[in-house]
Design a protein around this ligand. Sequence first.
Ligand code: NAI
Length: 253
Amino acid sequence: MGLLEDKVAIVTGAGDGIGRATSMLLASEGATVVLVDVNAAGLDETKAMIEAASGAAVTCVADVSDPEQVQGYVEVAKGITGRIDGFFNNAGILGPMVPLTDYPVDAFDKVISVNLRGVFLGLKYVLPVMLAQGSGSIVNTSSMGGVGGLPGQTGYSASKHGVIGLTKTAALESVAAGVRVNAVLPGTIKTRMAMAGAAGMDPAIVEAMMDGSTPGGRAGVPEDIAKAVLFLLSDASAYMTGIELPVDGGITA
Ligand code: NAI
């Protein structure tokens, strides 16, 4: 019996990286997973990987920054059993790597639109379903850059600080109804996003640099975050809400 048997869970950013690994773990624990991403090919790959392991998933191509498309993925999820038990509000993008004074205004707006507005919209349209059913757990993806500064990543850091504010406010507004909202703060995790900042460099050198930036000499892998998200979505964390959980190999210790 899995930790999420007969549950329905939504994962945004499920076409790659942390979202893909988490979708696979949630499905392996019995959840039917609604896979959301702008990348249709990535979604198909994730779905095929889940089904190859005898799990259940449906795909939904959607941009998390568009209210109508967010309502669309919520309707797809509700169509499965009428319930939404878990929600990993995770899709995000990195902005350009430049000092604040050079940071383009349109790049700032884009990063805020996906990373902050997207998380807000997910909460706005998923929470009513959970509040009405009197249960549910949500995990928003923030970052180490959501609790400290990230030189060169103004828009990203601002968006991830905002995700903490959304998490805590939503948690306080929902706790009496039996719904929990927490944030996970990944450290340096080997995904396409993390590697993109070093485009053109030898991937082996980039990975070595990432490993070297952690106290234990090992950068994280998406599965490290997936396990923490499973914990927060399951009843194992039933008395936890409104928290910022770093999963970073000790970077913030
Ligand atoms: P990734 O780039 O591997 O995956 C992100 C996924 O989000 C992609 O499949 C992409 O197509 C999707 N996406 C982008 N914009 C979207 C939109 N508007 N609507 C729907 N889907 C969209 O990145 P990764 O590393 O898996 O990132 C996942 C989350 O983890 C992000 O919120 C990121 O900020 C956060 N994070 C990652 C860290 C890392 O070191 N990799 C560190 C801290 C936080």
